[in-house]
Design a binder for this molecule. Structure first.
Ligand code: HEC
Ligand code: HEC
Ligand SMILES: [Cu+2]
Length: 401
């Protein structure tokens, strides 16, 4: 009953053409017969009332049976296609997608996340569909698949991209401010390219490497990577941080760049971080130069969770679904130039004009309902689950736009 069809498009398209073909055939047939009768039985040619036919059994059987068989054939054909859509081929790669106001987030088996759906061409992919808030509808026209994302429930679709290429993804949900803005793509890559992307260094791997390197050299006995204090300052987000150091008893504030980090590992006693004891040993001649360079590279990595990247966060948390970075108005105000601008907000129903400083931005993210930017709907969800580091990274990112 269910012929082994290669792709979802190859399953759906014949059903579509079959039903369309039957419809067009009967549309033409009925129209032609009707026009012919209009002409043939016009009053000018048939001035008298025709005979009253009360029944014709063979004809009645024909016009009952033919439409019934046609409708059943459409059902059978459609049902077979539906079963193909439901039966995920064995060995399909599984990706999770979450719909939220107003963007999609894809998550892969190894924890990688992206805002486009990367898949290997020629391999079946099962997409498990979740929703973080309201009902969305995951729709890839090129592969003829569409399924609702329902809060509290997991649905799925599968497809094969038989050729490398870029295919649109939409949210086909109708009511709601910006489902229509939930546009992204399937990026079908040749299998080797996909593997390179998939196994490419994500934040998690980079963190793992840094941790391994620091463990090997015994740094983690005194330094944490999660922000908690130890004998020495935490190394979480160390790159680019403002540090106050004592040099010959003089206080000095500087930015932790590559050179500074190198100096503080090789000659920790020269610039002493204020408030810490002089207990860090020098690592000169104890770390091979190549490993030191690698360590500095890893400290510098912006996408590393050790220093959460605001840009990646804005994508992963869905901010980019509602806010543009190019000055255009979307569901919410643009992020471009948001830091430091004068903004009029409604606070307790009263308009107030204030400067968008760090404190304001923090409030706008954590409890957006308290102050509503004038001219916008109060539709931003609160992000109270963000950690201090994540908030700081987001605000840093906004500052840079
Ligand atoms: C015995 C404890 C100890 C060990 C082991 C240790 N450190 Fe430190 N580290 C400290 C202390 C205390 C400070 C702060 C005082 C100073 O600047 O020397 C510090 C400061 C630093 C700083 C500057 C931090 C800042 O906030 O500016 C860096 C970077 C650093 N350590 C990296 C490392 C690395 C990399 C290793 C391993 C190769 C390591 N440390 C091993 C105790 C230690
Ligand atoms: C569902 C859509 C939506 C999402 C998702 C969203 N926002 Fe908003 N945001 C809005 C709207 C609408 C406003 C304007 C009304 C208001 O002040 O609440 C706004 C306002 C803001 C403001 C104040 C802007 C200004 O011009 O003063 C900031 C800052 C902000 N959002 C940051 C974020 C960040 C960061 C995220 C992600 C963690 C995010 N938003 C996610 C819709 C959204
Ligand atoms: Cu949607």
């Amino acid at each position: 009953m269910n012929p082994p069809l290669l792709t979802t498009a190859e399953t759906i398209d014949p059903v579509f053409w079959y039903i369309l073909g039957v419809c067009i055939f009967f549309l033409l047939l009925i129209t032609v017969v009707m026009l012919y009768f209009v002409w043939k039985y016009h009053r000018s040619r048939h001035p008298y009332t025709t005979s009253q036919v009360s029944k014709n059994v063979p004809l009645e059987i024909v016009w009952t049976l033919v439409p019934t068989l046609l409708a059943l054939s459409m059902f059978w054909y459609g049902w077979a296609g539906y079963l193909t859509l439901q039966r995920v081929p064995e060995g399909a790669m599984v990706v999770d997608v979450t719909g939220r106001m107003w963007s999609w987030l894809f998550e892969y088996g190894n924890g990688k996340t992206s805002d486009r759906l990367y898949v290997p061409a020629g391999q079946p992919v099962q997409v498990n569909i979740h929703s973080a808030d309201v009902i969305h509808s995951f729709y890839i026209p090129a592969f003829r698949v569409k399924k609702d994302a329902v809060p509290g429930m997991t649905t799925y679709v599968w497809f094969v991209a038989d050729r490398p290429g870029s295919y649109d993804i939409f949210c086909a949900e109708y009511c709601g401010t910006a489902h229509s803005a939930m546009i992204t793509t399937v990026e079908a890559l040749p299998p080797e390219e996909f593997l390179a992307w998939y196994e490419g260094e994500g934040p998690a791997e980079a963190d793992g490497e840094l941790k391994a390197l620091l463990t090997r050299h015994g740094c983690l006995g005194c330094h944490s990577l999660d922000g908690s204090p130890g004998v020495g300052p935490t190394l979480q987000g160390i790159f680019g941080r403002q540090v106050t150091v004592l040099v010959d008893g003089q206080e000095r504030t500087l930015t932790a760049d590559r050179d500074y980090l190198r100096r503080s590992i090789l000659e920790p006693q020269v610039e002493m971080v204020k408030g810490y004891p002089p207990v860090m040993p020098s690592y000169r001649d104890r770390i091979p130069e190549a490993e030191l360079e690698e360590m500095l590279d890893l400290f510098e990595r912006p996408a590393s969770a050790a220093a959460p990247s605001g840009e990646k966060l804005a994508q992963d948390k869905g901010c980019i679904g509602c806010h543009s970075t190019d000055g255009s108005r979307q569901v919410g105000p643009t992020f471009q130039g948001v830091f430091g601008r004068q903004v009029t907000v409604e606070r307790n129903g009263q308009p107030v004009t204030i400067e968008a400083d760090e404190d304001y931005l923090r409030r706008a993210i954590v409890e957006p309902q308290a102050e509503i930017v004038q001219g916008y709907p109060p539709s931003m969800p609160p992000y109270s689950e963000l950690s201090d580091e994540e908030l700081a990274a987001l605000i840093d990112y906004l500052r840079g736009l």
